[in-house]
Ligand binder design. Sequence first.
Ligand code: HEC
Length: 156
Amino acid sequence: MTTVRNLACLSVFLLAACGADPAPGPVEQIIVREPGAAPVETAAVVTDAAPAGALLAEGKAAFASCSACHALEQGAPSGAGPNLFGIVGSPAGKVAGFSYSNAMKTSDITWTTSELDSFIADPAAKVPGTTMVAGAIADPAKRHAVIAYLESVTAN
Ligand code: HEC
């Protein structure tokens, strides 16, 4: 007697692997606009500059370390240091009535913002023999702010 085995026992496990594909997500955003319409703003404009008002406020605060020696109001008398009104863009050593060091008088500097920056960072290195012996600012951001403040007062 022959035993016939029914081998028609097909595995069904392959079907189990047949999960439905996940629905495809949107791959890009489609922006619809009328022909000729202005371009749509798709992202906020990001700037890293501090608002001008904040910079000037910081510069004004930093100028407190200068004001012991320097006046900044137009026409105000010089103190231990010369009046700094209008200093940005001016030649060094030219405030009338102030007694400068020879070093400053003969420095031939024009006070651009970058010349001011290096002077305020280290006055004696920039103008060896200067009589400005205090008031240096080590922090570049603070120097930037104080120079912006000097410039803003000039412009007013
Ligand atoms: C202790 C007093 C003192 C302090 C504080 C001081 N200065 Fe001066 N400053 C002077 C003197 C004095 C001179 C003149 C230097 C010379 O003739 O060599 C001078 C000169 C200058 C000049 C050149 C002006 C010109 O007419 O050519 C600039 C710019 C200046 N100071 C900026 C500053 C700034 C900005 C600060 C604050 C961050 C500051 N000073 C703090 C005393 C001071």
